[in-house]
Ligand binder design. Structure first.
Ligand SMILES: Nc1ncnc2c1ncn2[C@@H]1O[C@H](COP(=O)(O)OP(=O)(O)OP(=O)(O)O)[C@@H](O)[C@H]1O
Length: 488
C-alpha cells in the first residue's frame, strides 16, 4: 500500500529525516515511535504530501506521490487535522462535512446522498452524532479530537495518517478510538500513527517503527521493538519490560529515580504473635509472589498473616470468610497475603540465614495430616477432611530478579520435600515418603533493597540460605506439631 525509500528531508537546507525506508501493507496498523524532535511529524508530513522530501521516494498504491494531483491524493490518504482556533465557529457536522471536499466534483459542487451518508457514518463511528449541531467551541478537547477523526473518516480514505490521536482523550476514549481503528484496519483501512505511549502502541500496532535523530533505529513487531535496550538507547531512560496480563504483548514500566534507599531487614523482631494468628508488617512493602488464600500472585504486600483455624474448618465460601476475618483485624486486602492452617501458633518455627551479601528469614507452620506423595498413583485425589498443611514464608533481604523469585520457590520446595523425607513423613494412602501436603502454601517476598540477586538456585548464596532456612524450620515445625499430637 505504501513504500518509503531512502527518504530524507526537513525544513530549509537542514535534514531532519535521514534515509528512512519502510513499507506498510494494506490493513496494517503501523505505529511510529521516537523521542520529541526525532522527526516523526516531519516524516508524516512528507507522506501526506505537505512537506516535499529532499531526496528519496514515497510510493502510494504503486504510484509515486509526486505524480498525484492534490484531490486525487486526498481520496486515498487522509490526515487527522490539527486543531486551529479559526475552526471553532463551525458546527460539528460542518466540520465533519469538510472531509468530503476531495469527493466533490464540478464547478458548482453539490452535496450528494453519498456525501451525507459518509458524514453520518463517520459521526456514528466516532460517537459525535449526539452533538452534530453544536459549535466546536462548545466541546471538550477530547470531543473535538473525535470530531476531527470523523472528518478524516468522512474522507473515506484508504490510508489514514494520525499524529498522536489519543492526545486529550480520557482512558475510555483512548480505548474506544484504538479499538475502532483496529476494527477499521480489519476492514482494509491502512493506519499509520505516531504514538508517545509505548504501551498503547505495543497493544494495538501490528508493527512499529522506532526513530532516533531522524533515522530508523528499528522496525518490527511489538516483540522486536519493545526491548529494554532499544527503549534505553532511543529515549535514554530506564524501563522494565513486563507481559500484559491478558494479551501477549510486552508492556514497559518507567523506573522512577529513587531517593536514597535505605536497606531494611525482615527478621524475628517483626513477628507479631496473637492467639489465633501471626503476622509480619514490614516497614516497607515487599515485592511478593505467593499462593495465599488472600493476595495470591504478584504484588507489593505490606502485611503477611498466617491464621489458625479449627481442624474442622471446611467451608465452601472459605475465601469470603477468610477475607472478612482479615478485614476485621485491620488488614488491607489489597496489600495482604493471608494463609490458613490448623496448626497452633505456638508451633510456628523460623530461621534466619546469612550467606555472603544476602540474608533470608523463613517462617513455617507444618501440619501433615494431608501428607501426599505427588509422584504416586492414587485411587482418590480428593482432599481429605483432615487438617494439615505446610505454610512457608520466605523473606529475602535483597533485590531479586524475577528469575530469582521463581528459583527461590523451587529451592524452598526442594528443601521442604527433603525435610519431609528425613522426618519420615509418609502418604497414608500410598505408604511412601510424602512430598508435601494437598493444601500447602508458599510465598517469597523481597525487600528489593540491598545487593542484587539474579539467581536463587541451590548453589547460589540466596539459594543456599533459602534451602537451609526452609529445611531447618520445616523440620522444627514438624517436630513441634507431632509433639503436640503425641501429648493429645
Ligand atoms: N516548520 C518547521 N521549521 C523548521 N524546523 C522545524 C519545523 N517543524 C519542526 N522542525 C524541527 O524539526 C525537528 C523534528 O521535528 P518533528 O516535529 O518532526 O519531531 P517529532 O518527532 O514529531 O517531535 P514531537 O514528539 O515533539 O512531536 C525538531 O527539531 C523541530 O524543531
Amino acid at each position: 500500500m505504501l513504500q518509503v525509500n531512502e527518504l530524507s528531508g526537513g525544513y530549509g537546507s537542514g535534514l531532519i529525516v535521514r534515509g528512512v525506508s519502510f513499507s506498510v501493507k494494506q490493513g496494517e496498523l503501523f505505529g511510529i515511535l521516537g523521542p520529541n524532535g526525532s522527526g516523526k511529524t516531519t516524516l508524516l508530513n512528507m507522506i501526506s504530501g505537505l512537506t516535499k522530501p529532499a531526496s528519496g521516494t514515497i510510493v502510494v498504491k504503486e504510484k509515486p506521490i509526486s505524480t498525484y494531483a492534490l484531490k486525487e491524493l486526498a481520496r486515498v490518504v487522509a490526515v487527522l487535522p490539527q486543531m486551529t482556533s479559526s475552526q471553532f465557529a463551525y458546527t460539528v457536522k460542518e466540520t465533519v462535512s469538510l472531509g468530503r471536499y476531495a469527493h466533490q466534483t464540478g464547478f458548482f459542487k453539490s452535496w450528494t446522498d453519498e456525501d451525507e451518508a459518509a458524514v453520518q457514518e463517520a459521526m456514528n463511528q466516532t460517537g459525535t452524532s449526539l452533538f452534530a449541531d453544536k459549535p466546536l467551541s462548545a466541546l471538550s478537547g477530547g470531543e473535538r479530537q473525535r470530531v476531527f477523526l470523523a472528518q478524516a473518516l468522512a474522507q473515506e480514505p484508504e490510508i489514514l495518517l494520525l499524529d498522536e490521536p489519543t492526545n486529550h482523550l480520557d482512558l475510555s476514549f483512548q480505548k474506544d478510538l484504538l479499538d475502532l481503528l483496529k476494527q477499521m484496519t480489519s476492514n482494509g483501512l491502512t493506519v499509520i500513527s505516531i504514538f508517545h505511549d509505548l504501551n498503547l502502541a505495543s497493544l494495538y500496532c501490528d508493527r512499529l517503527l522506532l526513530m532516533k535523530n531522524g533515522a530508523v533505529h528499528a522496525i518490527g513487531t511489538a516483540a522486536d521493538i519493545m526491548k529494554e535496550q532499544h527503549i534505553h538507547d532511543v529515549y535514554d531512560t530506564d524501563v522494565q519490560k513486563q507481559p500484559h496480563p491478558e494479551v501477549p504483548k510486552p508492556q514497559m514500566s518507567l523506573l522512577p529515580a529513587r531517593a536514597d534507599v535505605q536497606p531494611v531487614e525482615i527478621g524475628e523482631e517483626l513477628l507479631e504473635w496473637h492467639s489465633d494468628y501471626i503476622s509480619i508488617r514490614p516497614p516497607v512493602p515487599l515485592k511478593t509472589l505467593s499462593s495465599g488464600v488472600i493476595g495470591a500472585g504478584w504484588g507489593w504486600r505490606s502485611a503477611f498473616v498466617n491464621r489458625h483455624v479449627d481442624k474442622n474448618y471446611n467451608l465452601d465460601n472459605f475465601e469470603e470468610e477468610a477475607a472478612n476475618y482479615f478485614r476485621e483485624r485491620g488488614f488491607d486486602l489489597n496489600e495482604t497475603v493471608g494463609m490458613m492452617t490448623a496448626v497452633k501458633m505456638d508451633d510456628v518455627a523460623y530461621r534466619r540465614k546469612v550467606r555472603d551479601d544476602v540474608s533470608v528469614f523463613v517462617v513455617t507452620t507444618a501440619g501433615v495430616g494431608n501428607a501426599v506423595d505427588v509422584t504416586r498413583q492414587r485411587t482418590s485425589w480428593k482432599e481429605k477432611n483432615k487438617p494439615g498443611t505446610i505454610n512457608i514464608w520466605v523473606f529475602a533481604n535483597g533485590k531479586l530478579s524475577e528469575e530469582a523469585f521463581v528459583q527461590g520457590l523451587m529451592t524452598a520446595t526442594e528443601a521442604k520435600a527433603k525435610a519431609l523425607a528425613d522426618a519420615g513423613v509418609c502418604d497414608p494412602e500410598t505408604g511412601t515418603i510424602a512430598t508435601g501436603t494437598s493444601t500447602d502454601s508458599i510465598l517469597i517476598a523481597a525487600t528489593q533493597r540491598g545487593a542484587y540477586q539474579q539467581f536463587a538456585g541451590s548453589i547460589t548464596p540466596l539459594g543456599i540460605a533459602i534451602g537451609l532456612a526452609v529445611y531447618e524450620s520445616v523440620t522444627e515445625a514438624l517436630e513441634k506439631s507431632s509433639r503436640r499430637k503425641a501429648i493429645r
